[in-house]
Structure formats: structure tokens, C-alpha cells
Design a binder for this molecule. Sequence first.
Ligand SMILES: [Zn+2]
Ligand SMILES: [Zn+2]
Ligand SMILES: [Zn+2]
Length: 329
Amino acid sequence: MSKQEKVRITEIFKDRLVQILLGKFLSGEIRKLEPVYTEDMGYTYPIVEKIVGDPKAVSDFLKQLTDGGILKKELYDRTLYCPNCGSAKISIRYNCPYCKSFDVEKSSLIEHVQCGYIDTERHFRSKEKLICPRCHKELTKPDVDHRKAGIWCVCNSCSKSFDIPVPSHFCRDCQLTFTFEDASYKDVYRYTLSPEAGKEASLGWTMVNPIRQFLESNGYKVEAPGILKGKSGASHLFDVTASLTDEVKETLVIDIATATEDEVTEQPVIALFAKIYDVSPGCACLIAVPKISENGERMAKLYSIILFETRDPNQVISGLKTLCVKAMG
Ligand SMILES: [Zn+2]
Ligand SMILES: [Zn+2]
Ligand SMILES: [Zn+2]
């Protein structure tokens, strides 16, 4: 992955909603993001709707992630929408090419192999049996003594016959009849996490999971990512929040920053400080993967942010053990 690509992906990862979706991919809750079809709504992505809150925002959200190289899309289906009301409740109609009526009766053409007579099934039908109208022999063996020779349509409106009807569409919501030419015809995709983004995100994830397990086994209630409300009324997102009680002032918050170059800049320290200034948690940690700039280190000290510089979650855990002992003692 080029440096630019990495910067771009890291930038998109900062979005809270993107993080929630990524978490679902990385935990295996989503392997392939597939659309769900309902008659009322057509194709939707309920999991994504839940994350972004607004069903109308889903397609832009997925497009942003696809354009950004986070998700890979693959054509799943193509679907029709009514050009008038946008409904997906569309039926197909097969019409008479002469008078356009959809009151068309479809039947199979049958050929009696022995005598070569071809007619619609109706003319062969005699109660339960098929009898050739020309030579009066009974047809008993499909594909041997008789075979299907295509279809034949008869229009109940104008009585004309034809073999190829003309399709049109009917909107079951607004009753509009329209042709393919006028229809909204949209691609529907299935999405997977791109390997590059997956690799990048899983670093954060391999860090988060062991930490979560450690904290939970010590009785903490852990959210990752976790949202806490600040004094200003704004909600802030942390990579991990953990608490023994419901008191925010006793909550532990953790952010993880991955270096886009060889070290993490002071930027995530400043971002974390802005959040803890508003939220006032009991304790704030920043994990810099793999290490932090001098400036960042200085600022972390100044803001009383506990700093871990490592790729190894176990180092963070042993640091947290000391913290927890202090907190409990
Ligand atoms: Zn309609
Ligand atoms: Zn007709
Ligand atoms: Zn015959």
C-alpha cells in the first residue's frame, strides 16, 4: 500500500460510523455485506441503516467507502424502480404486440414426432391424455414420441396469435405502466472489506480484542468503540471505554493511534485531550502503534494521558493491570 493510500484509509477510519461497520467486518459478524430484499423496500442494507441512522444516507455512505478503497463491491443484482414513485413493487407484463393488451394466454406448442403435427397443448389435451388431433395416436413418452416446440400466445383482446410477447412493467403502488426504456434500472452490490483496509483495521482490532477480554475478565463493562456524553452535550467516541460502575468519572477510556509514517504525531493526543476535557473520565490512555513523536509524548504528559508505545497488546495489558490495582486499591 502506498503512503498516500494509507493516509487516506486512516483518514476514513477516523469516522465513527466507519469504525462501527469495520468492527462488524473484523469480528466476523459481517463477512459479506449483502442486500436484503423486501417487497416494500426493494433492496436495503439493514445493518448499515442501523449504523448510519438514516436509510437515505446508506448509498452515499457505501459509495464513500468503496471510492475510498475500504470496501470492494461486486454486482449482486440489477433492479427496477418505478420512474414515477420510485417503488420497487414492480411486476412484469407480457403484452400482445398488436393491441398491447396484457390479457394474453400462454401455452406450449407440442410436436407429435411421428407425424410431424404441431399445435398448442390445448388441442392435444383429451381429459388426462394427450391425443394427436391429426393421426389420433396417444402421446405417452415426453421427448420420445412428442416434444415441446416452443410457446404460443393468444391475445384474448384481439384474438391474434404470436410467439414473442412484448414486456412492460406495472407499478403496484402507483399503477403506472412503463417500459424498460423509462424504468430506473439500478445496480445492487454486495460488499466485502478490501484486503488493504482489512489489514490496516485489523491492527487496531488485534489490539482492542485482548484488551477488552482482559478488562471484562476483571469485571469491567467494556464498549469498543464506546460513546460518552460530555458536559457540552456532545457525544464522543473512544476506541474503548471500560467501567466498573456507571459513573463517567470512574470510566477508563482508551484511544488507539496507528502511525501513518514511522511514528504517531501529536494529533491523536490533542484529539483525545479535547474529548476528555469535555467528558472528564477517570483515566485516559493512548496506545501509539508503534511509537509516538517527541512532541506527542510531551503533550500526553502535560494532559495526564497515559501513553503506551507498542504493537503488543500484552504490554498494554500489563500496564493496565498496574492501573487497575491502583484504581481498586
Ligand atoms: Zn410507481
Ligand atoms: Zn391483442
Ligand atoms: Zn400425429
